[in-house]
Write a protein that binds this ligand. Structure first.
Ligand code: TYD
Ligand code: MG
Length: 457
């Protein structure tokens, strides 16, 4: 009699086609995603033990050619900067974003720019017909024979195509439409998306071909979306923006070849995406002057200062307890700052509706926004306007103290460039200012939110 548990035997493994959950036994319902009847058997051949594997030989780090490789530059500087100074050979870049935000447009413009430089590039789309892409290309003013277009969804065919053509760049739009023959599940399922990406990563690494991958962020946020791929790729860019606004922000969330938190600003026009070289002016263009509840805050996005307008509306609620809504900022941070104002200034806010908005559809995540939020809230609550040439920034602590923030000089210079002459900043940042002439402008250090009220109004 044979033993059932021999080593090296093929073991059965069941994998959920919806979320990729793996189990040793078949289950009717996936315990991870709750999908019924989604587990399918997959045979795994385990390596026979005892036999030596052919391993790759370790090499000294210094001998592996790790010098900075030549990056491919598109001359779309908003894009090149976000990539950390151009595309690195063999890198895998994922561009995520809501459907319709402009990912395909951005990719086509990038390919157009590279082709205009005499590089042959390959665009594989599983979303649109060749005619649709050609029409869009014509509208964007992209022509020439150096952009090769393929409507293909099979990853194995794409790999063959790339080997035959050896393009300078491969763009795959989108990963949710691609499939590999190795997996039986439908395109767009987590297993398919993951396995297809793995094959493409392998292609990039083995041939030094840079690959751009488009991924839609689904409504649920995670299922089969770019989130499951973030750890597999080198660079993750998110294309964000409000569909009703023309501004689009390309944000780095991961980059193995450059700094993160860098942003590129674009404007969606009739003729495609245009670079915005002076984002501060753009975000302040429609700022109402002498209206309570509005203040300007110089934010640092990556390596660049950008001025944004912080708007707040505080009004008595007709319900028992007020609502709190934050757009473009962290709602929890708003709740925290509201609590600090109640406790430290004795304001009654629980029965007020509070709305916070960062104008222009940009998202600000840094703590330096706190002071802007506090000033906007106070301005709206007291119905008093803030002097329109004032810019504020600083972190607010739970004790009502105003804490230092980084790169204060850069913030002041950018605000000054756009005509701001009064600055409210944390006292400790103020003391450390060296390069700024504190007397040609009104630079005021603030230590607590109690003293802030006296200075402001
Ligand atoms: P698209 O690149 O197809 O979005 P995604 O690939 O992220 O789904 O962009 C679609 C939107 O962009 C569409 O609503 C129309 C708009 N658009 C313009 O306003 N101008 C243009 O020149 C182009 C090409 C698109
Ligand atoms: Mg698209």
């Amino acid at each position: 009699m044979k033993k059932t548990k021999t080593k090296g035997k093929n073991k059965a493994l069941f994998r959920c086609e919806n979320c990729g959950y793996e189990s040793r036994k078949w289950l009717g319902k996936c315990p991870d995603c709750g999908q019924w009847d989604s587990l399918v058997e997959k045979v795994v051949v385990s390596a026979p033990s005892g036999r030596k594997q052919t391993a790759c030989r370790p090499l000294p780090l210094s001998s592996t050619g790790g010098s900075e490789q030549k990056r491919m530059i598109s001359r779309i500087s908003e894009l090149d900067r976000v990539l950390g100074g151009g595309l690195v050979p063999g890198s895998m870049v994922l561009i995520g974003g809501d459907p319709g935000i402009g990912k395909s447009t951005l990719i086509l413009q990038l390919l157009g720019a590279l082709a205009a430089d005499g590089r042959q590039v390959l665009y594989v789309t599983g979303e649109e017909s060749a005619r649709q892409v050609a029409m869009r290309g014509r509208r964007l003013g992209i022509e020439g024979n150096d952009i090769l277009l393929a409507t293909e969804t099979c990853v194995e065919s794409i790999i063959t195509m790339a080997a035959e053509l050896s393009p300078a760049l491969l763009a795959v739009d989108s990963i949710q439409t691609m499939f590999t023959e190795e997996v039986a599940s439908a395109p767009g399922s987590v297993t398919q998306v993951r396995e297809s990406t793995a094959l493409l990563v392998n292609l990039a690494k083995s041939t030094d071909l840079p690959i751009l991958l488009v991924g839609h962020v689904t409504k649920e946020g995670s299922i089969a979306g770019p989130r499951v791929l973030e750890h597999m790729v080198d660079t993750v860019l998110y294309f964000e923006g409000d569909r009703g606004q023309p501004f689009r922000i390309l944000r780095t969330v991961k980059n193995r070849f450059g700094s993160t938190n860098e942003i590129g600003v674009f404007e969606m026009k009739e003729s495609g995406l245009a670079e915005v070289k002076n984002p501060s002016a753009l975000f302040l263009a429609e700022r109402p002057v002498n209206v309570p509840g509005s203040v300007v805050m110089p934010s640092i996005e990556g390596t660049r200062p950008i001025l944004v307008e912080v708007q707040a509306l505080v009004s008595p609620s007709n319900l028992g307890t007020g609502r709190r809504t934050a757009i473009g900022a962290d709602p929890q941070r708003l709740a925290l700052l509201t609590a600090v104002l109640e406790k430290k200034l004795g304001l009654t806010l629980f029965d007020h509706d509070i709305f916070l908005n960062i104008a222009g559809g940009i998202r600000i995540d840094e703590p330096a926004l706190d002071l802007g939020v506090v000033v906007a809230l106070l301005s709206s609550f007291f119905e008093k306007t803030v002097d329109p040439t004032t810019a504020v920034c600083g972190e607010v602590g739970l004790a009502g103290e105003i804490r230092a923030v980084g790169q204060i000089e850069m913030r002041i210079q950018e605000a000054n460039r756009l005509g701001f002459t009064t600055f409210l900043l944390p006292m400790s940042s103020y003391r450390r200012l060296e390069k700024i002439d504190k007397h040609s402008m009104r630079v005021i250090g603030v230590a607590t939110i109690q003293s802030l009220v006296e200075i402001l109004f």
